[in-house]
Design a protein around this ligand. Structure first.
Ligand code: 13P
Ligand code: SF4
Length: 306
């Protein structure tokens, strides 16, 4: 029996489910029961009947599921998988900001630690940020930690004053306007779909800006060629389904790709199998006060953005 067959069998035997992000390697995506962007993972894993969820993604995704569904066993298959952006601001600095500016709303991107979420009024994902920021009662907001997503939201919601931090995704922040122009010349007529974690000069050249789930939906609806400006997981999974239509930005002739998130690629079949057997991975445990404080901002996300 292959490792993948063993994974499918163990899922049936134990009743555990797998929640995987769309940047995971394609074979991991294939064994997922819940597959999606950060928002979909949080929402669907919370609603799922299963009592054990094995998360194939990075730590903030597993923590988010634990916070929303504290009675579930949530196991991060690859415990080393962390999003560097999630720690680009210290929670103490946010607490100090709140003391100084009590009227300013604090919005935390879901790519943050539980400690940062606990300091925020509300969490957002790339798919829900614009909708939620627009709906919030405060006129002035601090958006943490992604400056690019914060800047994108600022342009979509000009009626609010949005302060941003200096955080960024080390993968998406490398996208340049110059390489987008070069890709357009190379693939004339192709549309450009881009993740809002990319810098503003590049985003200004995109035909479509959205979360990974929104990009996948766009690819499904369009019929022509698309230059995909996000982590390679999306094209790795979809290029077989849409042969010749997708052009991954940052891809080299040897098949390597600059837009690869190393943390998202740490999940292996062996790691998933060990997690399902209770012999590997890390069960997420959060101190109750922290969990309750972080839960308020995630619950608000589901209320405003669901
Ligand atoms: P999504 O919100 O599109 O899932 O993005 C998460 C992420 O980590 C992007 O780099
Ligand atoms: Fe974090 Fe960027 Fe990786 Fe997403 S792609 S998990 S934002 S480092």
């Amino acid at each position: 029996m292959t490792l993948w067959e063993q994974i499918r069998r163990l899922k049936e035997e134990t009743g555990a489910i797998i929640a995987a992000h769309t940047y995971q390697p394609p074979e991991i995506q294939d064994v997922a029961d819940i597959l999606g962007d950060s928002f979909v993972l949080a929402q669907k894993a919370k609603e799922a009947a299963a009592s054990t969820v094995v998360v194939c993604g990075v730590r903030f995704m597993a923590e988010g599921i634990k916070i929303l569904a504290p009675d579930k066993r949530v196991i991060l298959a690859a415990p080393q998988a962390d999003c560097p952006m999630a720690r680009q601001i210290e929670p103490e600095r946010v607490a100090e900001f709140r003391r100084q500016y009590p009227d300013v709303g604090v919005v935390a991107y879901i790519n943050t630690t539980a400690e940062l979420k606990a300091q925020a009024d509300v969490c957002v994902t790339s798919s829900s940020a614009v909708k939620i920021v627009r709906a919030l009662p405060q006129k002035t907001l601090l958006f943490l930690p992604d400056k690019n997503l914060g800047d994108y939201v600022r342009r979509q919601v000009p009626e609010k004053e949005i302060l941003t931090w200096d955080g960024y995704c080390p993968v998406h922040n490398t996208v340049t306007a110059e390489e987008v122009r070069a890709a357009r010349l190379r693939y004339p007529g192709a549309k450009v779909a881009m993740h809002p974690e990319c810098p503003p000069e590049a985003l200004a050249l995109a035909d479509m800006v959205g979360s990974t789930a929104a990009i996948i939906e766009y690819i499904g609806k369009e019929s022509g060629e698309i230059i995909v400006a996000t982590e390679r997981g999306v094209t790795d999974k979809l290029s077989l389904r849409y042969p010749g239509r997708l052009h991954q930005l940052g891809e080299e002739a040897d098949g390597s790709c600059r837009l690869t998130c190393p943390d998202m690629k740490l999940t292996t079949a062996e790691a998933v199998l060990a997690a399902l057997r209770g012999l590997g991975g890390e069960e997420i445990e959060l101190e109750p006060t922290l969990l309750a404080a972080a839960r308020r901002s995630l619950d608000n996300m589901l209320t405003y953005g669901g």
